[in-house]
Design a protein. Sequence first.
Length: 387
Amino acid sequence: MQRKHLIALIAILIIAAMALAACGGQATEAPKPTEAPKAQPTEAPKAEPTEAPKEGGVKPADEIVVYNWSDYVHPDMYKMFTERTGIKISEDNFSSNEDLLAKLQGGATGYSVIVPSDYTVAIMIEEGMLEELNHDNIPNLKNLDPEFTKLYYDPGNKYCVPYLWGTTGIGYNTELLENPPQSWEGVFKAKESDPWYGRMTLLDDVREVFSAALIYLGYDNNTKDEAQLQEAKQLLIDAKKGVAGYDTDNYEDLVGTGENLLAHGWNGDFLQAADEYGNIDYYIPEEGGTIWIDNMCIPKGVTPEEKLAAEMYINFVLDPEVGKMLGEYNYYATPNKESLAIADPDYKSNPLVFPPPEIREKLRFIKPLGEFESVYQRMWDEVKSAQ
């Protein structure tokens, strides 16, 4: 997920589903705010010309389009890639995995690299929507931490390569809100007397929002039990009166400016905004949250020339210096062990980027549910249309 000023976390063991902490209860006192390290401009490494791999006489395309979450690259990256390879890059953006998937399922073409999250990759592999990668054209795959070569949705990186990883929790305005709710109960059952009532947002993302509700209720966030989903749906409908809206694009800025006091969102977005506004902190509620890995993939149907250029771009992102720039700029965790080895100590030691074990135990992956995804979507539509 998902995911923008984006912005994803020690390439250490990715722990999927674990037991939840008990849900419910009154809000407890907030932890002491953890100040995000101030971003230091990372000087772009000198561009060295990169020779195109030899692949049956195919020459790489002159230009490729990357379909990505917004604000999810270092500002210098595309220029650097063009200087090294002569290949131009343009970018289009999506706001959720569901948007990306629907657009490609609807027949959209022209994208050479896409950046879906883990469970969406699994869906796309199942539906035959991705090209297999030629690892000979991506020698920097050797830089991945081994844990990121054994992922449940794409073992051996046959189709995709991890880009960044992160968590989903709550960010809040530290100047205007001294004690934010430490349980999801404070979000889903906010009272009119709570300062954040009517001044908070949830992500406009079906699986992220249902995951938060299901985790609070003590259920598997990937449940196929419709009774449990109905309970989560009603919880979300009842919560609407205290929610200002659903937002994946500007929620951190609204918290930073004080228009809202807290928001459900992605850690890197909040940490970037903390640099800008100086008044934002982030935490995982006591019941837990979600963990995710975003990936670089090549959609089915690209030309051989586009595929080669796309693989060259993926290899470029896996360069240690480039990976370092990307992670430090976005405040998301790099899966690149060589990038991590040369990263700034403040980045490597930030627990909001690389959660400690006691927090990771509470984090869950969102997993693909096949045809049952439509049940989640139907209930999400019912939540959003409820008055």
